[in-house]
Design a protein around this ligand. Sequence first.
Ligand SMILES: Cc1cc2nc3c(=O)[nH]c(=O)nc-3n(C[C@H](O)[C@H](O)[C@H](O)COP(=O)(O)OP(=O)(O)OC[C@H]3O[C@@H](n4cnc5c(N)ncnc54)[C@H](O)[C@@H]3O)c2cc1C
Length: 432
Amino acid sequence: MSPQPHVLIVGGSYAGLNALNQLISLSQGKAPQEAPTSGPLKHIRPLNVKPRYTILDERDGFYHLVGAPLSMISSNIAWEFWVPFQHIIKTKEGYTDVSFVHGKATSLNEAAKKMDYKTPAGELKSIPYDYLIVATGMARTAPVVPTAMFRDQYLKDVKKLENELGQHQKIVLVGGGAVGIEMAAETKVHFPNADVSLIHSRSQLLSAEDLPDDFKAKAADLVRESGVNVILGQRVTGNKNVDGGVELTLSNGETMFANKAIFTAVQQGANTKFLPSQHWMKDDCYKTRDTLQFPEDLENSDVIYAAGDVVSWSGIKRSGPAGNMGKIAAKNIFAQMLAAEDGRAASEIEFEKLQPVTRASMSLAVGNQAMSNGGESLRWGPGVKQGAFGRALGLDGKIESCYILCVSNTDKMVRDTLETGYPASFAAGSEV
Ligand SMILES: Cc1cc2nc3c(=O)[nH]c(=O)nc-3n(C[C@H](O)[C@H](O)[C@H](O)COP(=O)(O)OP(=O)(O)OC[C@H]3O[C@@H](n4cnc5c(N)ncnc54)[C@H](O)[C@@H]3O)c2cc1C
Protein backbone atom coordinates (compact mmCIF):
# COMPACT_ATOMS: atom_id res chain seq x y z
CA MET A 1 0.00 0.00 0.00
CA SER A 2 1.17 3.54 -0.76
CA PRO A 3 2.19 5.66 2.27
CA GLN A 4 -0.90 7.82 1.74
CA PRO A 5 -3.84 5.50 0.99
CA HIS A 6 -5.76 6.43 -2.14
CA VAL A 7 -9.51 5.82 -2.20
CA LEU A 8 -11.08 5.87 -5.64
CA ILE A 9 -14.85 6.41 -5.72
CA VAL A 10 -16.42 5.67 -9.09
CA GLY A 11 -19.78 7.47 -9.21
CA GLY A 12 -20.22 10.67 -7.18
CA SER A 13 -23.87 10.50 -6.25
CA TYR A 14 -25.83 9.48 -3.12
CA ALA A 15 -23.75 6.35 -2.43
CA GLY A 16 -20.39 7.74 -3.54
CA LEU A 17 -20.65 11.13 -1.83
CA ASN A 18 -21.99 9.66 1.41
CA ALA A 19 -19.01 7.29 1.41
CA LEU A 20 -16.65 10.20 0.85
CA ASN A 21 -18.17 12.27 3.68
CA GLN A 22 -18.16 9.32 6.06
CA LEU A 23 -14.52 8.55 5.29
CA ILE A 24 -13.49 12.18 5.81
CA SER A 25 -15.28 12.27 9.19
CA LEU A 26 -13.93 8.96 10.40
CA SER A 27 -10.37 9.60 9.36
CA GLN A 28 -10.45 12.68 11.61
CA GLY A 29 -11.48 10.48 14.51
CA LYS A 30 -15.12 11.61 14.54
CA ALA A 31 -18.00 9.27 15.31
CA PRO A 32 -19.62 7.74 12.24
CA GLN A 33 -22.46 9.67 10.63
CA GLU A 34 -25.85 8.21 11.38
CA ALA A 35 -26.85 5.17 9.45
CA PRO A 36 -29.85 2.89 10.02
CA THR A 37 -27.66 -0.10 10.88
CA SER A 38 -25.33 0.02 13.83
CA GLY A 39 -21.89 -1.24 13.10
CA PRO A 40 -19.06 -2.66 15.17
CA LEU A 41 -16.37 0.02 14.57
CA LYS A 42 -14.77 -0.33 18.01
CA HIS A 43 -11.59 1.54 17.20
CA ILE A 44 -11.95 5.18 16.28
CA ARG A 45 -9.06 7.59 16.31
CA PRO A 46 -7.77 10.01 13.71
CA LEU A 47 -5.73 8.32 11.03
CA ASN A 48 -2.04 9.21 11.22
CA VAL A 49 -1.94 9.62 7.46
CA LYS A 50 -5.13 11.08 5.99
CA PRO A 51 -6.10 9.32 2.78
CA ARG A 52 -6.52 11.10 -0.52
CA TYR A 53 -9.67 10.64 -2.52
CA THR A 54 -10.58 10.73 -6.18
CA ILE A 55 -14.12 10.88 -7.53
CA LEU A 56 -14.35 9.50 -11.05
CA ASP A 57 -17.65 10.31 -12.73
CA GLU A 58 -18.85 10.48 -16.30
CA ARG A 59 -20.86 13.61 -15.41
CA ASP A 60 -19.07 16.82 -14.47
CA GLY A 61 -21.23 17.22 -11.37
CA PHE A 62 -23.56 15.56 -8.90
CA TYR A 63 -27.02 15.30 -10.41
CA HIS A 64 -29.93 15.15 -7.96
CA LEU A 65 -31.66 12.18 -9.56
CA VAL A 66 -34.48 12.10 -7.00
CA GLY A 67 -35.60 15.45 -8.38
CA ALA A 68 -35.38 14.46 -12.04
CA PRO A 69 -39.16 14.55 -12.61
CA LEU A 70 -39.09 18.25 -11.73
CA SER A 71 -35.65 19.29 -12.94
CA MET A 72 -35.99 17.82 -16.42
CA ILE A 73 -38.99 20.01 -17.28
CA SER A 74 -38.42 23.17 -15.31
CA SER A 75 -35.56 25.39 -16.42
CA ASN A 76 -36.00 27.96 -13.67
CA ILE A 77 -35.04 25.38 -11.06
CA ALA A 78 -32.95 22.90 -13.10
CA TRP A 79 -29.72 24.80 -12.48
CA GLU A 80 -29.84 23.82 -8.80
CA PHE A 81 -30.09 20.11 -9.46
CA TRP A 82 -26.66 19.67 -11.03
CA VAL A 83 -23.83 20.69 -8.71
CA PRO A 84 -20.38 20.74 -10.35
CA PHE A 85 -17.92 18.46 -8.59
CA GLN A 86 -15.48 21.36 -8.37
CA HIS A 87 -18.01 23.09 -6.07
CA ILE A 88 -18.51 19.97 -3.99
CA ILE A 89 -14.77 19.57 -3.61
CA LYS A 90 -14.57 23.17 -2.38
CA THR A 91 -16.79 22.16 0.54
CA LYS A 92 -14.12 19.64 1.61
CA GLU A 93 -11.29 22.17 1.58
CA GLY A 94 -9.50 22.28 4.90
CA TYR A 95 -10.58 18.73 5.62
CA THR A 96 -8.76 16.60 3.14
CA ASP A 97 -7.30 16.00 -0.28
CA VAL A 98 -10.09 15.30 -2.82
CA SER A 99 -9.89 15.52 -6.58
CA PHE A 100 -12.34 14.97 -9.38
CA VAL A 101 -11.63 13.16 -12.63
CA HIS A 102 -14.15 13.48 -15.42
CA GLY A 103 -14.40 10.15 -17.21
CA LYS A 104 -16.32 6.93 -17.72
CA ALA A 105 -14.96 3.78 -16.06
CA THR A 106 -14.36 1.21 -18.78
CA SER A 107 -12.52 -1.72 -17.23
CA LEU A 108 -11.43 -2.85 -13.79
CA ASN A 109 -7.96 -4.35 -13.50
CA GLU A 110 -8.36 -5.85 -10.05
CA ALA A 111 -5.01 -7.65 -10.11
CA ALA A 112 -3.12 -4.38 -10.68
CA LYS A 113 -5.59 -2.34 -8.57
CA LYS A 114 -6.30 0.06 -11.42
CA MET A 115 -9.45 1.43 -13.01
CA ASP A 116 -9.34 2.18 -16.72
CA TYR A 117 -11.48 5.03 -17.91
CA LYS A 118 -12.24 7.14 -20.96
CA THR A 119 -12.11 10.92 -20.82
CA PRO A 120 -14.82 13.00 -22.52
CA ALA A 121 -12.26 13.66 -25.28
CA GLY A 122 -11.99 9.90 -25.85
CA GLU A 123 -8.55 9.36 -24.31
CA LEU A 124 -8.02 6.08 -22.47
CA LYS A 125 -6.41 6.45 -19.06
CA SER A 126 -6.07 4.55 -15.84
CA ILE A 127 -6.15 5.39 -12.11
CA PRO A 128 -4.41 3.24 -9.48
CA TYR A 129 -6.13 2.83 -6.11
CA ASP A 130 -5.62 1.26 -2.71
CA TYR A 131 -9.35 1.08 -2.01
CA LEU A 132 -12.14 1.25 -4.55
CA ILE A 133 -15.84 2.01 -4.15
CA VAL A 134 -18.05 1.32 -7.17
CA ALA A 135 -21.18 3.48 -6.89
CA THR A 136 -22.30 3.84 -10.49
CA GLY A 137 -26.06 3.31 -10.07
CA MET A 138 -28.54 2.22 -12.76
CA ALA A 139 -28.63 3.33 -16.40
CA ARG A 140 -31.82 5.08 -17.48
CA THR A 141 -32.90 6.78 -20.66
CA ALA A 142 -33.80 10.40 -21.48
CA PRO A 143 -35.94 12.30 -20.84
CA VAL A 144 -36.39 10.50 -17.52
CA VAL A 145 -32.81 11.43 -16.67
CA PRO A 146 -30.28 13.65 -18.44
CA THR A 147 -28.02 12.11 -21.06
CA ALA A 148 -25.67 15.11 -20.95
CA MET A 149 -22.30 14.65 -19.30
CA PHE A 150 -21.75 18.40 -18.97
CA ARG A 151 -23.90 20.74 -16.92
CA ASP A 152 -24.18 23.32 -19.70
CA GLN A 153 -25.58 20.76 -22.10
CA TYR A 154 -28.01 19.46 -19.47
CA LEU A 155 -29.40 22.98 -18.98
CA LYS A 156 -29.88 23.37 -22.73
CA ASP A 157 -31.62 20.00 -22.92
CA VAL A 158 -34.01 20.94 -20.11
CA LYS A 159 -34.90 24.21 -21.80
CA LYS A 160 -35.54 22.39 -25.08
CA LEU A 161 -37.79 19.77 -23.48
CA GLU A 162 -39.67 22.38 -21.48
CA ASN A 163 -40.33 24.41 -24.62
CA GLU A 164 -41.40 21.30 -26.49
CA LEU A 165 -43.78 20.06 -23.78
CA GLY A 166 -45.19 23.56 -23.38
CA GLN A 167 -46.54 23.37 -26.92
CA HIS A 168 -48.20 19.99 -26.51
CA GLN A 169 -51.83 19.40 -25.70
CA LYS A 170 -51.62 15.65 -25.08
CA ILE A 171 -48.75 14.14 -23.11
CA VAL A 172 -48.67 10.45 -22.22
CA LEU A 173 -46.40 8.83 -19.65
CA VAL A 174 -46.05 5.09 -20.06
CA GLY A 175 -45.19 3.01 -16.98
CA GLY A 176 -46.79 3.43 -13.55
CA GLY A 177 -43.82 2.77 -11.32
CA ALA A 178 -42.51 5.43 -8.94
CA VAL A 179 -40.73 7.30 -11.73
CA GLY A 180 -43.79 7.32 -14.02
CA ILE A 181 -46.05 8.51 -11.19
CA GLU A 182 -43.73 11.33 -10.18
CA MET A 183 -43.14 12.42 -13.75
CA ALA A 184 -46.83 12.36 -14.67
CA ALA A 185 -47.81 14.47 -11.68
CA GLU A 186 -44.94 16.95 -12.10
CA THR A 187 -45.80 17.30 -15.79
CA LYS A 188 -49.41 18.14 -14.95
CA VAL A 189 -48.34 20.66 -12.31
CA HIS A 190 -45.91 22.31 -14.69
CA PHE A 191 -48.19 22.26 -17.75
CA PRO A 192 -51.66 22.55 -16.19
CA ASN A 193 -53.39 23.11 -19.52
CA ALA A 194 -52.06 19.91 -21.04
CA ASP A 195 -54.04 16.70 -21.03
CA VAL A 196 -51.64 14.34 -19.18
CA SER A 197 -52.23 10.57 -19.05
CA LEU A 198 -50.40 7.78 -17.25
CA ILE A 199 -50.73 4.29 -18.73
CA HIS A 200 -49.80 1.21 -16.74
CA SER A 201 -50.03 -2.39 -17.87
CA ARG A 202 -51.21 -3.84 -14.55
CA SER A 203 -54.35 -3.24 -12.50
CA GLN A 204 -52.44 -1.34 -9.79
CA LEU A 205 -49.78 1.33 -9.99
CA LEU A 206 -46.40 0.37 -8.47
CA SER A 207 -47.22 -3.26 -9.31
CA ALA A 208 -43.56 -4.30 -9.40
CA GLU A 209 -42.88 -3.04 -5.89
CA ASP A 210 -43.31 -5.03 -2.72
CA LEU A 211 -45.54 -2.38 -1.18
CA PRO A 212 -48.89 -2.82 0.59
CA ASP A 213 -52.08 -2.53 -1.50
CA ASP A 214 -53.26 0.55 0.41
CA PHE A 215 -50.08 2.36 -0.63
CA LYS A 216 -50.64 1.48 -4.29
CA ALA A 217 -54.32 2.48 -4.16
CA LYS A 218 -53.53 5.80 -2.49
CA ALA A 219 -50.87 6.50 -5.08
CA ALA A 220 -53.49 6.11 -7.82
CA ASP A 221 -55.87 8.43 -5.91
CA LEU A 222 -53.22 11.13 -5.55
CA VAL A 223 -52.19 10.93 -9.20
CA ARG A 224 -55.84 11.34 -10.23
CA GLU A 225 -56.27 14.21 -7.74
CA SER A 226 -53.33 15.94 -9.40
CA GLY A 227 -55.33 15.98 -12.63
CA VAL A 228 -53.66 13.11 -14.45
CA ASN A 229 -55.81 10.66 -16.38
CA VAL A 230 -54.80 7.19 -15.10
CA ILE A 231 -55.27 4.20 -17.41
CA LEU A 232 -54.66 0.86 -15.71
CA GLY A 233 -54.52 -2.68 -17.10
CA GLN A 234 -53.44 -1.61 -20.60
CA ARG A 235 -50.07 -2.44 -22.10
CA VAL A 236 -48.73 -0.24 -24.86
CA THR A 237 -48.15 -2.76 -27.64
CA GLY A 238 -47.14 -0.40 -30.41
CA ASN A 239 -46.29 3.17 -31.19
CA LYS A 240 -45.85 4.84 -34.54
CA ASN A 241 -45.04 8.38 -35.52
CA VAL A 242 -48.00 10.27 -36.97
CA ASP A 243 -48.53 13.88 -37.89
CA GLY A 244 -47.94 16.00 -34.77
CA GLY A 245 -46.98 13.17 -32.47
CA VAL A 246 -47.33 9.43 -31.94
CA GLU A 247 -50.14 6.93 -32.07
CA LEU A 248 -50.02 4.40 -29.26
CA THR A 249 -51.74 1.04 -29.58
CA LEU A 250 -53.03 -0.44 -26.32
CA SER A 251 -53.45 -4.13 -25.52
CA ASN A 252 -57.24 -3.87 -25.86
CA GLY A 253 -56.70 -2.81 -29.49
CA GLU A 254 -57.62 0.84 -28.96
CA THR A 255 -55.32 3.57 -30.18
CA MET A 256 -54.44 6.77 -28.45
CA PHE A 257 -52.84 9.92 -29.84
CA ALA A 258 -50.17 11.82 -27.97
CA ASN A 259 -48.13 14.82 -29.03
CA LYS A 260 -45.43 13.32 -26.83
CA ALA A 261 -45.11 9.88 -25.24
CA ILE A 262 -42.50 9.34 -22.54
CA PHE A 263 -41.58 5.76 -21.69
CA THR A 264 -40.59 5.84 -18.05
CA ALA A 265 -40.04 2.15 -17.35
CA VAL A 266 -37.17 1.64 -19.75
CA GLN A 267 -34.23 0.55 -17.63
CA GLN A 268 -30.93 -0.49 -19.07
CA GLY A 269 -29.67 -2.29 -15.98
CA ALA A 270 -26.94 -1.34 -13.59
CA ASN A 271 -23.80 0.48 -14.75
CA THR A 272 -21.51 -2.49 -14.21
CA LYS A 273 -20.28 -3.25 -17.74
CA PHE A 274 -16.73 -2.39 -16.66
CA LEU A 275 -16.70 -5.06 -13.93
CA PRO A 276 -15.90 -8.79 -14.26
CA SER A 277 -19.08 -10.34 -15.65
CA GLN A 278 -19.24 -13.49 -13.51
CA HIS A 279 -20.90 -11.60 -10.66
CA TRP A 280 -23.58 -9.80 -12.60
CA MET A 281 -26.95 -10.61 -11.09
CA LYS A 282 -30.50 -9.59 -12.03
CA ASP A 283 -30.53 -6.33 -14.03
CA ASP A 284 -26.71 -6.46 -14.09
CA CYS A 285 -26.61 -5.42 -10.43
CA TYR A 286 -23.42 -6.61 -8.77
CA LYS A 287 -23.04 -9.35 -6.22
CA THR A 288 -21.18 -8.35 -3.09
CA ARG A 289 -20.53 -9.83 0.32
CA ASP A 290 -22.73 -8.42 3.11
CA THR A 291 -19.75 -6.22 4.03
CA LEU A 292 -20.21 -4.71 0.52
CA GLN A 293 -16.81 -6.11 -0.50
CA PHE A 294 -16.62 -7.88 -3.84
CA PRO A 295 -16.93 -11.69 -3.88
CA GLU A 296 -13.87 -13.48 -2.51
CA ASP A 297 -12.97 -15.28 -5.74
CA LEU A 298 -11.87 -11.99 -7.35
CA GLU A 299 -8.26 -10.99 -6.82
CA ASN A 300 -7.76 -8.22 -4.23
CA SER A 301 -11.50 -8.24 -3.57
CA ASP A 302 -11.03 -7.22 0.08
CA VAL A 303 -10.32 -3.64 -1.02
CA ILE A 304 -13.06 -3.39 -3.64
CA TYR A 305 -16.52 -2.31 -2.51
CA ALA A 306 -19.80 -1.52 -4.20
CA ALA A 307 -22.54 0.72 -2.81
CA GLY A 308 -25.94 2.01 -3.85
CA ASP A 309 -28.29 0.94 -6.63
CA VAL A 310 -25.49 -0.98 -8.30
CA VAL A 311 -25.53 -3.60 -5.51
CA SER A 312 -27.73 -6.66 -5.86
CA TRP A 313 -29.68 -6.45 -2.58
CA SER A 314 -33.19 -6.63 -1.14
CA GLY A 315 -35.53 -3.64 -0.92
CA ILE A 316 -36.59 -0.81 -3.18
CA LYS A 317 -33.74 1.06 -4.80
CA ARG A 318 -33.80 4.52 -3.24
CA SER A 319 -31.40 7.30 -2.48
CA GLY A 320 -31.50 6.80 1.33
CA PRO A 321 -30.45 3.13 1.23
CA ALA A 322 -27.86 4.01 -1.44
CA GLY A 323 -26.35 6.62 0.87
CA ASN A 324 -26.45 4.20 3.77
CA MET A 325 -24.51 1.62 1.77
CA GLY A 326 -21.93 4.29 1.00
CA LYS A 327 -21.55 4.93 4.73
CA ILE A 328 -21.14 1.23 5.49
CA ALA A 329 -18.52 0.76 2.76
CA ALA A 330 -16.70 3.79 4.18
CA LYS A 331 -16.78 2.41 7.73
CA ASN A 332 -15.30 -0.86 6.57
CA ILE A 333 -12.56 0.82 4.56
CA PHE A 334 -11.75 3.03 7.53
CA ALA A 335 -11.53 -0.06 9.77
CA GLN A 336 -9.09 -1.61 7.28
CA MET A 337 -6.94 1.54 7.12
CA LEU A 338 -6.86 1.82 10.91
CA ALA A 339 -5.88 -1.83 11.28
CA ALA A 340 -3.11 -1.33 8.72
CA GLU A 341 -1.73 1.64 10.70
CA ASP A 342 -1.95 -0.26 14.00
CA GLY A 343 -0.38 -3.38 12.52
CA ARG A 344 -3.47 -5.46 13.35
CA ALA A 345 -4.18 -8.50 11.20
CA ALA A 346 -7.04 -8.33 8.71
CA SER A 347 -8.68 -11.25 10.54
CA GLU A 348 -9.11 -9.02 13.62
CA ILE A 349 -11.20 -6.43 11.79
CA GLU A 350 -14.90 -6.51 12.60
CA PHE A 351 -16.71 -5.43 9.49
CA GLU A 352 -20.13 -3.81 9.48
CA LYS A 353 -22.62 -5.90 7.56
CA LEU A 354 -25.52 -4.68 5.50
CA GLN A 355 -28.81 -6.10 6.79
CA PRO A 356 -31.52 -7.49 4.50
CA VAL A 357 -34.50 -5.16 4.06
CA THR A 358 -37.53 -6.53 5.88
CA ARG A 359 -40.09 -3.81 5.27
CA ALA A 360 -40.57 -2.03 1.97
CA SER A 361 -40.95 1.70 2.42
CA MET A 362 -41.18 4.61 0.06
CA SER A 363 -41.79 8.34 0.00
CA LEU A 364 -43.41 9.34 -3.25
CA ALA A 365 -43.87 12.89 -4.53
CA VAL A 366 -47.14 13.25 -6.44
CA GLY A 367 -47.42 16.80 -7.75
CA ASN A 368 -48.25 19.14 -4.88
CA GLN A 369 -48.61 16.26 -2.46
CA ALA A 370 -46.51 13.33 -1.33
CA MET A 371 -47.14 10.07 0.43
CA SER A 372 -44.96 7.98 2.67
CA ASN A 373 -45.07 4.77 4.67
CA GLY A 374 -41.68 5.47 6.20
CA GLY A 375 -43.06 5.68 9.76
CA GLU A 376 -45.63 3.40 11.32
CA SER A 377 -48.53 4.31 9.05
CA LEU A 378 -49.34 5.63 5.60
CA ARG A 379 -49.36 9.42 5.45
CA TRP A 380 -50.07 11.74 2.55
CA GLY A 381 -50.82 15.34 1.67
CA PRO A 382 -48.99 18.63 1.02
CA GLY A 383 -47.48 18.53 4.52
CA VAL A 384 -45.86 15.18 3.78
CA LYS A 385 -44.38 16.67 0.64
CA GLN A 386 -42.99 19.62 2.56
CA GLY A 387 -41.53 17.36 5.24
CA ALA A 388 -40.05 14.75 2.94
CA PHE A 389 -39.15 16.63 -0.20
CA GLY A 390 -39.27 20.36 0.51
CA ARG A 391 -39.20 22.89 -2.24
CA ALA A 392 -37.04 20.99 -4.70
CA LEU A 393 -37.76 17.28 -4.32
CA GLY A 394 -35.21 16.81 -1.58
CA LEU A 395 -32.39 18.92 -2.94
CA ASP A 396 -32.45 21.31 -0.02
CA GLY A 397 -31.70 18.62 2.49
CA LYS A 398 -35.22 17.69 3.52
CA ILE A 399 -34.54 14.02 3.03
CA GLU A 400 -31.68 12.39 4.83
CA SER A 401 -29.88 11.28 1.71
CA CYS A 402 -29.43 14.78 0.44
CA TYR A 403 -27.01 15.88 3.13
CA ILE A 404 -24.39 14.95 0.64
CA LEU A 405 -22.68 18.25 0.29
CA CYS A 406 -21.54 18.66 3.87
CA VAL A 407 -18.75 16.86 5.60
CA SER A 408 -20.80 16.08 8.68
CA ASN A 409 -24.40 16.82 9.60
CA THR A 410 -23.39 17.64 13.13
CA ASP A 411 -20.13 19.38 12.41
CA LYS A 412 -19.32 22.24 10.07
CA MET A 413 -22.18 22.32 7.57
CA VAL A 414 -21.68 24.31 4.45
CA ARG A 415 -24.96 26.06 4.96
CA ASP A 416 -24.94 28.35 1.99
CA THR A 417 -24.28 25.32 -0.19
CA LEU A 418 -27.23 23.50 1.30
CA GLU A 419 -29.55 26.44 1.05
CA THR A 420 -28.85 27.42 -2.50
CA GLY A 421 -27.25 24.35 -3.97
CA TYR A 422 -24.01 26.33 -4.39
CA PRO A 423 -21.52 28.20 -2.30
CA ALA A 424 -22.57 31.84 -1.83
CA SER A 425 -20.07 33.01 -4.42
CA PHE A 426 -22.06 31.15 -7.05
CA ALA A 427 -25.05 33.42 -7.59
CA ALA A 428 -28.42 31.69 -7.47
CA GLY A 429 -30.26 31.62 -10.76
CA SER A 430 -27.41 33.16 -12.66
CA GLU A 431 -27.01 30.29 -15.05
CA VAL A 432 -30.29 30.15 -16.87
C1 LIG B 1 -36.68 9.82 -12.02
C2 LIG B 1 -36.27 9.20 -10.70
C3 LIG B 1 -36.90 9.60 -9.53
C4 LIG B 1 -36.51 9.04 -8.30
N1 LIG B 1 -37.14 9.46 -7.17
C5 LIG B 1 -36.72 8.99 -5.97
C6 LIG B 1 -37.31 9.46 -4.76
O1 LIG B 1 -38.24 10.26 -4.77
N2 LIG B 1 -36.80 9.01 -3.59
C7 LIG B 1 -35.76 8.11 -3.55
O2 LIG B 1 -35.31 7.76 -2.45
N3 LIG B 1 -35.22 7.63 -4.66
C8 LIG B 1 -35.67 8.03 -5.88
N4 LIG B 1 -35.10 7.55 -7.03
C9 LIG B 1 -34.07 6.50 -6.91
C10 LIG B 1 -32.72 7.13 -6.57
O3 LIG B 1 -32.48 8.19 -7.45
C11 LIG B 1 -31.62 6.10 -6.64
O4 LIG B 1 -31.89 5.07 -5.73
C12 LIG B 1 -30.27 6.74 -6.31
O5 LIG B 1 -29.96 7.73 -7.27
C13 LIG B 1 -29.15 5.72 -6.27
O6 LIG B 1 -27.97 6.38 -5.93
P1 LIG B 1 -26.55 5.83 -6.38
O7 LIG B 1 -25.54 6.73 -5.77
O8 LIG B 1 -26.45 4.38 -6.12
O9 LIG B 1 -26.52 5.95 -7.99
P2 LIG B 1 -26.86 7.17 -8.95
O10 LIG B 1 -27.56 8.25 -8.25
O11 LIG B 1 -27.51 6.56 -10.14
O12 LIG B 1 -25.43 7.73 -9.36
C14 LIG B 1 -24.52 7.00 -10.13
C15 LIG B 1 -23.36 7.92 -10.47
O13 LIG B 1 -22.39 7.15 -11.19
C16 LIG B 1 -22.01 7.84 -12.38
N5 LIG B 1 -21.64 6.80 -13.35
C17 LIG B 1 -22.42 5.86 -13.91
N6 LIG B 1 -21.69 5.04 -14.70
C18 LIG B 1 -20.41 5.48 -14.63
C19 LIG B 1 -19.18 5.03 -15.21
N7 LIG B 1 -19.10 3.95 -16.01
N8 LIG B 1 -18.06 5.73 -14.93
C20 LIG B 1 -18.09 6.83 -14.13
N9 LIG B 1 -19.23 7.28 -13.55
C21 LIG B 1 -20.37 6.60 -13.78
C22 LIG B 1 -23.24 8.66 -12.76
O14 LIG B 1 -22.88 9.77 -13.56
C23 LIG B 1 -23.76 9.08 -11.38
O15 LIG B 1 -23.15 10.26 -10.92
C24 LIG B 1 -35.50 8.06 -8.27
C25 LIG B 1 -34.87 7.64 -9.46
C26 LIG B 1 -35.27 8.21 -10.67
C27 LIG B 1 -34.60 7.75 -11.95
